[in-house]
Design a protein around this ligand. Structure first.
Ligand SMILES: NC(=O)c1ccc[n+]([C@@H]2O[C@H](COP(=O)([O-])OP(=O)(O)OC[C@H]3O[C@@H](n4cnc5c(N)ncnc54)[C@H](OP(=O)(O)O)[C@@H]3O)[C@@H](O)[C@H]2O)c1
Length: 312
């Protein structure tokens, strides 16, 4: 698989990464054995970058990913994130809380060093300079290698980067969700790489989307605006158009969605999530797909029909 450079501090990863959120959070109950097989299949196929967070099961997700990657720890990079309060899901980047969470992440992941540590979400109650100051302590102690931000704004990115170089901005980005293009100028200026989360629009761009009634009660799609009645029908029409394009090219809808992201910039890495080894293989194969300018323009035009806000 092609490798991509994220930021200017030396982080290099396979062009398609793996997002482990769904193994323990957001998409209903999973099967740990199958999830571990999916993670290991990703690695066998050339994926080197694996993404998790404290939030994804309050340690459970990190432990599952750590177990899956233990035999191949030296061949991969692991990203995790801090920044929420378990009881309320409210942003929490209080400095002592960061230290507690990062110390626990190291234990949960079974590693001496986290390759990429993100602040998961902007916390208006704590100056970003102080947050990055604590993150930097971990770099200086050799317990974190690179720093990232997620779900934040231009001002915070600039202020954070002035304290310590930020290697990656992780932001929601897909054919369905293009709002973060507003941040492309600042990441270009500062030399920050991009990780695209929810690149399959939480499964809407996967070819197996269903209405809200087809998902478990605790599935996040019960609450997402793309699934709101009215939006759902408009969005399935967009998907039908994209599927026609994919069929004509002999690729799957998921592959079209991921290859479209890879085609937008040289320094972007999508992290699709799947708990199934076969679907992981399908997604990873997107790294080999390229488009003509005409195909990209047709995808963009179809994308204008998307209705509903991203989850944020
Ligand atoms: N920074 C943040 O705030 C933030 C927010 C959300 C996500 N993320 C990160 O981004 C990663 C990916 O995002 P995501 O999991 O929300 O959404 P996603 O990758 O856009 O979509 C995941 C959904 O698509 C399904 N899927 C994946 N590949 C498929 C295929 N080839 N065919 C059919 N269905 C397929 C998965 O089901 P199966 O598992 O059944 O295949 C799952 O339900 C997360 O794991 C997490 O690491 C970060």
């Amino acid at each position: 698989m092609e490798h991509r450079t994220l930021g200017q501090q030396g982080l290099v990863v396979g062009a398609v990464g793996y997002g482990a959120m769904g193994t323990t959070f957001a998409y209903g109950p999973g099967d740990d054995t199958e999830s571990i097989a999916a993670i290991r299949r990703a690695h066998e196929l050339g994926v080197t970058h694996f993404d998790t967070a404290e939030l994804y099961g309050w340690g459970t997700g990190e432990r599952l990913l750590g177990t899956a990657l233990a035999p191949i720890r030296d061949e991969v990079t692991i990203a995790t994130k801090f920044g929420f309060t378990p009881e309320t899901f409210a942003p929490n980047s209080q400095l002592d809380h960061i230290r507690e969470v990062v110390d626990a992440s190291l234990v949960n992941l079974g590693t001496d060093s986290i390759d990429l540590l993100y602040q998961h979400v902007h916390d208006p109650a704590v100056p970003i300079e102080d947050v990055v100051g604590v993150m930097q302590e971990y770099v200086q102690a050799g317990k974190v290698r690179y720093l990232g931000l997620s779900n934040t704004d231009e001002d915070s990115i600039r202020r954070a980067n002035a304290v310590h170089p930020i290697s990656v901005l992780q932001t929601e980005y897909s054919i369905f969700s293009r709002e973060s293009e507003d941040l492309f100028p600042v990441v270009d200026e500062l030399g920050i790489g991009l990780v695209a989360y929810s690149p399959l629009a939480r499964g809407f761009l996967s070819g197996s989307v269903g209405p809200r009634s087809s998902y478990a009660q605790d599935d996040i799609r019960q609450f997402l605006d793309w699934w709101t009645p009215g939006h759902y029908e408009a969005n399935t029409a967009v998907v039908a158009g994209l599927t026609e394009l994919a069929d004509a090219k002999g690729i799957s809808l998921s592959q079209l969605a991921l290859a479209w992201i890879l085609a937008q910039r040289e320094d972007i890495v999508p992290i699709p999530g799947s708990r199934n080894p076969g679907r992981v293989a399908e997604n990873v194969a997107a790294a080999e797909i390229t488009f003509t300018e005409d195909e990209l323009a047709r995808i963009d035009a179809l994308g204008h029909g998307v209705r509903g806000k991203r989850a944020g």
